[in-house]
Design a binder for this molecule. Structure first.
Ligand code: ZN
Length: 299
């Protein structure tokens, strides 16, 4: 089989869809960004059209497609749940549709899986990395010895949906009291809306000191739980909320370390801020395509 010269990495977010054609040196040859609401013909039709344009319009052939999206995807490429994108996509086998149309391998994962994949770089064959991406919800991804862990049904690592004791808020997943309702962006939006304060100032507003402490306590619980189960070498913290002014990264790290097993885990664990840029999801999807070049997903 000829080696792929380039692949198409696609990152579908709640707001933007980004596409990037990437070569083997991970150089971006072409890219495109559109708002989700501009994909008026429906996401599947839009994607098919955009992929066709990349294939037709570039000088370098596209050998595979990697797609990250904010939802749960089965091993066969069926979208099992995506309440933050378009619930009507549930049950759609996106991989099958694109493979039928373009005849090249298509890899689809939860969006944060590819972001973590792009960030763990040289570590990925030897070590284990986990990523917490705090946006509206609490995204979580884990890579153990170079393998993204997705579970038997694609639901592994749905850390935002572990139940918190004494909490009863209704979550988009259909359950109540889920962690991400109290430890991510949705909680910050609700708290500041109730107080009439500015969302962007949540971490620096003296009126919210206690709210921030409680929010951080909930988030710490999630991080400590995941780290205790997996004992990873690297923990990455990112997402839009982690980039807000005054986000208490050092305090979070301290709180987490203080509750891990001493001395080894607490001392040796490496905790880093995410360095993924806007195209991180596309690059991770592209890296995954190249790393899985021998996997024949189109037959
Ligand atoms: Zn939930």
């Amino acid at each position: 089989m000829a080696r792929m010269e380039s692949v198409l990495g696609i990152d579908i977010g709640g707001t933007n869809i980004r596409l990037a054609q990437v070569d083997r040196e991970l150089k971006v040859l072409r890219s495109l960004q559109v708002k989700v609401e501009e994909a008026q013909e429906g996401l599947v039709s839009f994607l098919a059209g955009a992929v066709q344009e990349f294939i037709d319009g570039g000088e370098v052939p596209v050998g595979a497609i990697g797609i990250g999206l904010p939802g749960i995807v089965s091993g066969s490429g069926e979208i099992l749940s995506c309440p933050n994108l378009d619930p009507a996509l549930t049950g759609v086998n996106l991989r099958e549709i694109l493979v039928d149309r373009f005849g090249i391998p298509v890899h689809i994962q939860k969006d944060v899986n590819f972001i973590l994949y792009s960030e763990s770089g040289a570590l990925k064959q030897q070590d284990s990395a986990i990523g917490f991406y705090i946006g509206t919800g609490l995204g979580f991804a884990m890579m153990i010895k170079g393998q993204l862990i997705t579970g038997e049904r694609g639901f592994a690592g749905e850390l935002g949906h572990i139940p918190l004791k004494g909490k009863s808020g209704l979550c988009g997943c259909g359950n109540t009291g889920c962690l991400e309702l109290y430890a991510a962006g949705r909680a910050i939006a609700e708290i500041t809306a109730q107080a009439g304060s500015d969302v962007a100032d949540f971490f620096v507003n003296p009126a919210h000191v206690q709210d921030v402490d409680e929010w951080l306590e909930n988030l710490t619980l999630g991080l400590v739980t995941a780290i205790t189960i997996l004992d990873p070498s690297l923990v990455i913290v990112g997402g839009g909320v982690a980039n807000m002014e005054g986000f208490p990264f050092e305090k979070l790290e301290q709180e987490v370390r203080s509750r891990l097993r001493h001395p080894l885990v607490a001392k040796q664990l490496v905790v880093q801020r995410s360095t993924a840029g806007p195209l991180g999801g596309c690059l991770g999807a592209a890296m995954y395509c190249f790393d899985n070049e021998e996997v024949q997903t189109c037959v």
